[in-house]
Write a protein that binds this ligand. Structure first.
Ligand SMILES: Nc1ncnc2c1ncn2[C@@H]1O[C@H](COP(=O)(O)OP(=O)(O)OP(=O)(O)O)[C@@H](O)[C@H]1O
Length: 608
C-alpha cells in the first residue's frame, strides 16, 4: 500500500474570509445548535441568571446616586444605612447570579463538546479507506481535540460574556437616556465614532489571527506525523531537517500571531483613548450643568457610571467577538468532516447473513483502480473462484495486486467493474459489518494496541471468555511466550507497555484470527525472516488456523506454498498462472523465476 507523504507546502492555504458580515461569521456555528438545544433547561437557567446579574449591575449606579445625593447630607442621616444596605444586597444578588450563570454556561459548554467529540469520532470511524488514503490523521486529531476545545470556550465563556455585555450595553444606554436624555444624546452620538473603527480593525485582527491558528494547526499536524513515525525519521537521519522545518512553521505561526497582536494593541490604545475622551467630554458638559444647578452631582455620577458600564461592555464585546469568530472557524472545520459521507455503507435492505457461511469466494471479471490513482488499474479483469475450505496462496512481484484483493474482499473499496461474491451474495448487497464478521484478517505487520495481551487477542470480540482467549493463544503457539511476560495475559502492550518481536506479533494476530472463528481467513505473511524457532511455531499456528476455513494467503515462504491447495500467480493486476508448486516450477514461468529467487535465498538463509 502506498504511504501518503506529508508536506507542509502541500497544505491548502488558510481560508481567508475576513470580510464577512455578522451572520456569515456565525453561520458555521449553526450545525452545533441542535447539540445545545438538547439542554434547554440548562440554557434557560443560564439565561435567567444572566438577566438577574445584568439587572443587578445596572441598579448599582442608582444606589450610588442615592448615596451621593442623600447619604452624605445631615438631614437624612438614617438613609445612609439604607443605601449602604441596598448596595450590599445588590452585590449579593450579583454574586449569586454570576456564579449561577458561570456554572450553567460552563456545564453547557462541556456537555456540548463532549457530545460533539463522541459524534465526531463515531463519524470518523465510519469513514472508509478512500477517505483515509488522503486524510492527515494529525489534522483529524487536532480537529477532534483542539477545534472542539475552542468551541467549548465559545459555547461556554465567550457566548455568555458576549450576551452579558450585550445586555449590559443596551441596559446602560436605556438607563443613560432615563438619567439624562441630553447627555445620553451626546454620548450616543459619539458611539459610531468609537464603534466603526473598532469593527473595521476587528475584521483585520480576525483575519490575521485565523491565519495564525491555521498555520499552527498545520505545524501540529506535521509534528504529529513525524512523532508517530519517529523511528523512520531517526533511521533516515531526518531529525535535523524535520526539526528545522517544524521550527520554521512555528516561527511563521508566531509571526502571524504577532501581526494580530500588534494590530490589536493599536486598536486597544485607540479605543481606550476615544472612549475616555468622549466620556470626559460628556462629563465636562455635565459638570457645567451641575455648576449651573441644572443637575445634582448624584445624577451626574449615576450617568457617568452608566456611561462607563456601557463603554466597557462595548470593549468586552469587541474582544469576545474575535474569540467567537475563531470558534466559528473551528466549527466550520468540524462541519466539513461531519459532511463527508462514507462511500462504503450498508444497502437499504441488506441481504441477511446466513447462520454459517460456507466460504466460497468468487471474483468475476473484477476491475479496480484506487480512488487516489484512478488512471492506474490495480486489478484488470481478474476472475478467481475459491472453493469452501480451499487454501490458496497468492504469489507475485511487489505491486501485483495481492493486498488489493484483500482490501476488496473486506470491502474497503468497491470494484469499478465486475463483482465479488461470498457464497453467491454480492458483497455490495451485504451489510459491511456482516461481511467483515465472516472474515478474519492477519496482516503482515499486525497492529498491537495499547491494551493488555488478552484485550489484544479479543480485540473486536469483547464478549470472549478468558478460556476462549487462552485456547486461541495455545493454538496460535502464543501461550508460552505470553506466560513468560511479566503479568502474563494482563501485560500491557504497545506504546506504554511491552514490545513484542515480529514472530510474537504474528502469533498474536493468528490467535486473534482463531478467536474470530470466521469461515474466511486472509493472511498476509511476514516478509521479514523469522528465526528458526519462531518460523516453525508460526507455521504450526498457521497450519492450525487454516483447518476447515477458506484461506487466502499472501505467501512469502516455501512451507506455505507447499501446504497450499493451489498457488495463484499475479502480475500487474492479472492472474498469470495457477497450479501447485511442482507444476508451476516445471512450467518455468513467472512462478518458477520468483520461487527460485525467493526460496533459494530462504534455503541459503536457513542453512547459514
Ligand atoms: N491506497 C492506495 N492508493 C493508491 N494506490 C495503491 C494503494 N494501495 C496500493 N496501490 C497500488 O495498487 C497496486 C497494487 O498494490 P498492492 O498493494 O495490491 O500490491 P501487492 O501485490 O500487495 O504488493 P506488495 O507485495 O508490495 O505488498 C500497486 O501499483 C500500488 O502502488
Amino acid at each position: 500500500m502506498t504511504n501518503q507523504t506529508s508536506d507542509l507546502a502541500a497544505v491548502p492555504p488558510a481560508s481567508q474570509k475576513s470580510n464577512r458580515g455578522l451572520g456569515a461569521t456565525l453561520a458555521p456555528l449553526r450545525p452545533l445548535l441542535p447539540y445545545a438545544l438538547r439542554y434547554k433547561r440548562t440554557i434557560a437557567c443560564a439565561f435567567f441568571a444572566l438577566i438577574v446579574a445584568a439587572g443587578a449591575t445596572l441598579t448599582l449606579p442608582l444606589a450610588v446616586r442615592g448615596m451621593i445625593d442623600h447619604g452624605f447630607s445631615t438631614e437624612s442621616a438614617g438613609a445612609v444605612n439604607a443605601y449602604f444596605g441596598a448596595l450590599i444586597a445588590v452585590a449579593a444578588t450579583l454574586a449569586a447570579a454570576s456564579a449561577t450563570r458561570y456554572y450553567f454556561v460552563m456545564t453547557l459548554g462541556e456537555r456540548v463538546v463532549a457530545d460533539l467529540r463522541a459524534d465526531l469520532f463515531k463519524h470518523l470511524a465510519s469513514l472508509d479507506a478512500a477517505f483515509y488514503d488522503t486524510a492527515k490523521t494529525g489534522e483529524l486529531l487536532s480537529r477532534l481535540t483542539a477545534d472542539t476545545t475552542q468551541l467549548k470556550s465559545a459555547f461556554g465563556s465567550s457566548a455568555s460574556v458576549a450576551l452579558r455585555n450585550l445586555f449590559m450595553f443596551f441596559g446602560a444606554i436605556v438607563m443613560m437616556v432615563a438619567t439624562s436624555p441630553k447627555l445620553a444624546g451626546l454620548a450616543l452620538a459619539a458611539i459610531p465614532v468609537i464603534v466603526l473603527p473598532l469593527i473595521a480593525s476587528g475584521r483585520a485582527v480576525r483575519g490575521r489571527s485565523r491565519h495564525a491558528q491555521d498555520t499552527l494547526a498545520h505545524a501540529a499536524a506535521y509534528a504529529g506525523e513525524n512523532l508517530s513515525a519517529v523511528r523512520a525519521m531517526q533511521a533516515n537521519g531526518a531529525q535535523a531537517s524535520t526539526v528545522a522545518r517544524f521550527t520554521r512553521s512555528v516561527e511563521s505561526a508566531y509571526d502571524a500571531a504577532q501581526a494580530a497582536t500588534q494590530l490589536r494593541a493599536f486598536v486597544t490604545a485607540g479605543a481606550i483613548l476615544v472612549v475616555f475622551t468622549s466620556v470626559v467630554g460628556v462629563l465636562w458638559l455635565g459638570a457645567q450643568d451641575v455648576l449651573a444647578g441644572r443637575m445634582t452631582s448624584g445624577v451626574l455620577s449615576q450617568f457617568v457610571l452608566y456611561a462607563v458600564l456601557g463603554a466597557s461592555s462595548l470593549g468586552e464585546l469587541s474582544q469576545t467577538w474575535s474569540e467567537i469568530s475563531a470558534a466559528a472557524g473551528a466549527a466550520g472545520r468540524i462541519a466539513e468532516i461531519l459532511a463527508v459521507e462514507p462511500q462504503i455503507v450498508a444497502p437499504a435492505h441488506p441481504t441477511p447473513a446466513p447462520a454459517r457461511w460456507r466460504g466460497r469466494i468468487v471474483f468475476d471479471h473484477v476491475r479496480f483502480a484506487y480512488p487516489t490513482a484512478p488512471e492506474k488499474l490495480a486489478l484488470k479483469d481478474l476472475s478467481l473462484v475459491v472453493e469452501p475450505g480451499e487454501r490458496v496462496a497468492l504469489v507475485g512481484p511487489s505491486g501485483a495486486g495481492k493486498s488489493t484483493i484483500f482490501s476488496l474482499l473486506l470491502r474497503f473499496y468497491d470494484v469499478e467493474a465486475g463483482s465479488i461474491a461470498l457464497d453467491g451474495v454480492d458483497l455490495r448487497a451485504l451489510d459491511p459489518l456482516d461481511l467483515r464478521a465472516a472474515i478474519a484478517l492477519a496482516p503482515q505487520d499486525p497492529v498491537i494496541f495499547g491494551l493488555t495481551v488478552s484485550e489484544n487477542i479479543a480485540y473486536g470480540r469483547e464478549a470472549a471468555t478468558r478460556e476462549e482467549i487462552i485456547a486461541a493463544a495455545r493454538r496460535a503457539q502464543a501461550h508460552d511466550f505470553i506466560m513468560a511476560l511479566p503479568k502474563g495475559y494482563e501485560t500491557l502492550l504497545g506504546e506504554r507497555g511491552v514490545t513484542l518481536s515480529g514472530g510474537q506479533r504474528q502469533r498474536l494476530a493468528i490467535a486473534r484470527a482463531i478467536l474470530a472463528d470466521a469461515p474466511v481467513l486472509l493472511l498476509d505473511e511476514a516478509t521479514s525472516a523469522l528465526d528458526a524457532e519462531n518460523e516453525s511455531l508460526v507455521q504450526a499456528a498457521l497450519h492450525d488456523v487454516m483447518q476447515g476455513r477458506t484461506s487466502l494467503v499472501i505467501a512469502h515462504r516455501l512451507a506455505t506454498v507447499l501446504e497450499a491447495d493451489r498457488i495463484v500467480v499475479l502480475d500487474e493486476g492479472r492472474i498469470v498462472e495457477q497450479g501447485t508448486h511442482a507444476s508451476l516450477s516445471a512450467a518455468g514461468g513467472l512462478y518458477a523465476r520468483l520461487a527460485k529467487l525467493q526460496f533459494d535465498t530462504e534455503r541459503a538463509g536457513a542453512a547459514a
